[in-house]
Design a protein around this ligand. Sequence first.
Ligand SMILES: [Zn+2]
Ligand SMILES: [Zn+2]
Length: 452
Amino acid sequence: MKLTDLNRHGGIGANCHLIEVGGLRLVVDCGFHPKLSGAAAAPALEFLDEHEPDAVLVTHCHLDHLGALPMVTRRFPDIPVLMSQPSAMLAERLLRNSVNVMKRERAEKGMTEYPLYTMREVDATMRRVVPMLFGQPRRMTTGEDEVEITFHQAGHVAGAAGIELRYGHQSAFITGDVQFDAQRVIGGARFPAKHFDIVVTETTRGATESRPSGARASEVDRLLVAIDKTIKRGGSVLIPVFALGRMQEIFVVLNEARQAGRLPDVPIFAAGLGMDICNYFDEITRQTGITRFHRSVLRDLRVKPPPRNMRVGRAPSEQGIYVLSSGMLVENTPSYQFATGIVGRSEHTVCFVGYCDPDTPGGQLLATKQGEVFVFDAADYQTPVRAHIEQFDMTGHADRDELLEFALQADPRAVVLTHGDPPARAWFAERFAELAPKLKVLDPEPLKSYDV
Ligand SMILES: [Zn+2]
Ligand SMILES: [Zn+2]
């Protein structure tokens, strides 16, 4: 196998690999860097001009894996795009949203290079999509060579897949983003327990100690207690969520809590792209059974849009639980706007339920001590932090020891590290060296091609 990492900035970044096996060139994922903007956020796609690919494989629909896909299909209009059936149902909605966000940024921030692609190009991309059923191999051939591609359920988020490649007498497995534990809305990964010559593994939580079993349930418990306390002292709760996956997960958690009599009787407000994604999850549940989410949860919880009179710095006019995207309080999103009104008041709580990059407003708020001033740059507003700011670990990523175990059970010749910050990758490199000294471990430099 020949592998080139096209994520030019390393870290988690704009996921995109060129993988050459069995005479075929495969692009695996094509995402946007979550922290960069403009053309710099896209992978180094110019590399493909001299290495024309035969197919694109998309592991899942988070934007760091999917966002730049139309930029590949623009370059290679006839290329097939393989993604799981649920991803094929979600991708168009997410790509269209990304066009809208880029158009807004162009208008608001004068970013003339935006949008990086158009609605028409999203349509063209979607026409190239080949939906894959989990566990069902698909053969691709060039001349005498043949590669067999199989998608396997990866947990993480609806539609997420790990990808098995078989070529000649060789095999490789690409984990994509993976969670082995079941979440409320989606089951855990079902990866084949067998030998692979090469394993390409994500390393997101490499710098985070593995959690004891039951950790997820106790985090949900802690969240419910925080909600209860906040409501009892007259405050409101903000739960910033990612639109894809986490918002739906939180609704199911709240609904179960209400049925168990553990949720105070206050209104639940929600807004953002995630509300629309709820409809797609309902459809995926009905068509594929891969998710466990029904639209009726929104009705049971009587979820409603936030009051219209939300203004920067103004306290919420109605007490309640506000489930708003984005998950990291990214500027100019509903959660960012709403946070301006509650961060300065001690009765309220902000409950982060996902990872917050330290460079995002969410990450910065988590790092701000009580009483210190927090600046909402994009809203031109600042306030000392008085609200309770809490974080709950309901991760969609596997613990590092589970990933290590999966890779080692495959008894591979080589392991390739991806999707992790340098300390996370370093932990994996050290552990592999210790546990399997003969194993070749590759932490690829961007844009350098390796024979693995
Ligand atoms: Zn992901
Ligand atoms: Zn990712």
